[in-house]
Design a protein around this ligand. Structure first.
Ligand code: HEM
Length: 477
């Protein structure tokens, strides 16, 4: 598809994106204070280069090494603090969470997600969260788990020994099918390719530019053009899902709930249903897809760990399909997922803007300040993790062999793959269940191997992806 495709009106797409960005009922304050002392940190140009480069996660890891408990820098004309100590992160993101709003990245992402759960603020966010929460209740996840396994089994049937797949695209198609079926009662398998390609183009076009905030939308470049085009394509698919649902009537799933809320008049309008659906489709599949992609790569590079988890699957499942009830009996499978998320956190950086002055470790951060914390930097810090750069899933098991997120003994604030407080990931349990059961289903039968000579490098976009996919040869165990 090209920028001149007659179906896509780029001007209308730009107007719609701008309108979504502009819509906010929290006005961000600006930090113009000259009378506060600021901690040392990198020069603004180094920060801009660092954060928009392909090695942004490593840049943040170097800040963590060089500056504790935080570094002061600038993003354009704005003051920014990069938090590097777990205690400072807990203090700001949990202690003062309600005195913050989302930072530039997610403000920019409003162009795509509008006022959905991930990007809305204040009362609108609270209302959204209350409305969507029932879809993530434990009982609902238990019922989704059956579809998760069924779709993983179907996926396995489509794999052929000896074939080569791009694992990144492959896992995205699977997780998209899962989120479509479980939350929207929609079969998105026909659209998986189109959504995948559009998302790739979108993240490529706009990914790191999101650090520039909403201003990025106004800069007319081919990347923006590609991004807008991709948004329009995904939008059309989401709209079709909503229209089909309206035609079908209440089917009892989450989208029916959102549409019912719309019908009640003042709660949700058309645009809000679209924003919510878009958010859950994108946030609900891309992160888990990347988790599974990195997991397959890590297992292929660490045959001893693969053998370790295979032994568990063979003993506990002995060839049958896993169920939600098996989760507690699969500590090694969960440990593999946790270790993959530690080394390659799909959400690798998190940002906020302070709504009030906040004091942390003796430093005053004025209202309006941007604050950043990086999962990638903290999850790999040798201060808190033994053999921090190595893939050691065993660290997640207690002495009695059970899985626990506290088992490694890291302090609070050094592990936050799903964020914090009132903005913590609503899909956390969904993601754990999905990643564990999909891995358990597929790894019972398959042991994909990285294609010979393939070089995989991380590409930091909104999520931590890979540069050119992950070519893997499918091999039966
Ligand atoms: C491994 C998988 C996942 C990771 C690492 C992840 C990570 C995160 C993080 C870090 C946040 C907080 C962002 C911030 O505070 O700025 C978040 C929020 C969110 N996530 Fe996830 N997520 C995952 C899976 C999912 C799934 C499966 C869904 C839905 C099915 C989902 C839906 C959301 C939504 C809607 C929010 C916004 C919540 C709010 O602000 O109230 N995520 N996620």
């Amino acid at each position: 598809m090209t920028a001149t495709d007659p179906e896509i009106d780029l001007r209308a797409a730009a107007r719609a994106a701008q309108a979504r960005v502009a819509h906010s009922d929290v006005i961000p304050p600006r930090d113009r204070r000259r009378d506060v002392a600021r901690p040392p940190g990198p020069r603004p140009l180094a920060t801009l280069r660092g954060l928009t480069s392909a090695s942004a996660p490593e840049f943040l890891a170097s800040i963590e090494r060089d500056y504790q408990p935080m570094a002061h820098t600038r993003l354009g004309r704005e003051h920014a603090y990069i938090l590097t100590a777990p205690s400072a992160i807990v203090d700001v993101f949990i202690g003062h969470g309600r005195q913050t709003m989302k930072g530039r990245g997610l403000q920019g992402a409003k162009a795509i997600l509008g006022n959905g759960l991930l990007t809305s603020e204040g009362d609108v966010h609270l209302r959204n969260r209350r409305l969507v929460q029932p879809a993530f209740h434990r009982d609902r996840i238990a019922s989704y788990s059956q579809d998760m396994v069924r779709l993983a089994e179907l996926h396995s049937k489509g794999w052929h020994a000896g074939a080569e797949v791009d694992m990144q695209a492959d896992m995205s198609a699977l997780t998209l099918a899962i989120v479509g079926t479980t939350l929207f009662g929609a079969d998105l398998s026909g659209e998986a390719r189109e959504i995948g390609q559009s998302l790739e183009r979108l993240l490529h076009g706009m990914g790191s530019r999101l650090f520039l905030g909403p201003a990025a939308l106004r800069i007319k470049t081919p990347a923006r053009q590609r991004g807008l085009e991709a948004i329009s394509r995904i939008d059309a698919i989401v709209q079709r899902v909503i229209d089909d649902h309206r035609a079908a009537g209440d089917t009892g799933d989450m989208l029916s709930m959102l549409i019912a809320a719309e019908d009640e008049g003042d709660v949700f309008d058309d645009a809000q249903v679209r924003d919510e659906a878009m958010t859950l489709i994108l946030a609900g599949h891309e992160t888990t897809a990347m988790t599974l992609t990195w997991t397959w790569l890590l297992l292929s590079r660490n045959p001893a760990a693969a053998e370790w988890v295979h032994a568990e699957l063979d003993e506990v499942l002995a060839g049958r399909a896993p169920t939600m009830a098996d989760m507690a009996s699969l500590p090694r499978t969960r440990a593999i997922i946790a270790e993959s998320i530690r080394l390659y956190p799909p959400a690798w950086i998190q940002g906020r803007r302070l709504l009030d002055d906040v004091e942390v470790d003796g430093w005053t951060m004025p209202a309006g300040t941007l604050v950043l914390a990086s999962q990638y930097a903290l999850h790999r810090s040798p201060r808190w993790w033994e053999s921090s750069q190595s893939f050691r899933p065993q660290r997640w098991l207690n002495g009695d062999g059970t899985f626990s997120e506290d088992a490694p003994g890291q302090p609070r604030g050094a592990w936050f793959p799903f964020g914090w407080g009132n903005r913590r990931c609503i899909g956390e349990q969904f993601a754990w269940t999905e990643a564990t059961l999909v891995l358990a289903t597929l790894a019972q039968e398959w042991q994909p191997e990285l294609a010979p000579g393939a070089v995989v490098t991380p590409r930091p976009a909104v999520t931590l992806r890979t540069h050119n996919g992950v070519p893997m040869a499918l091999k039966r165990r």
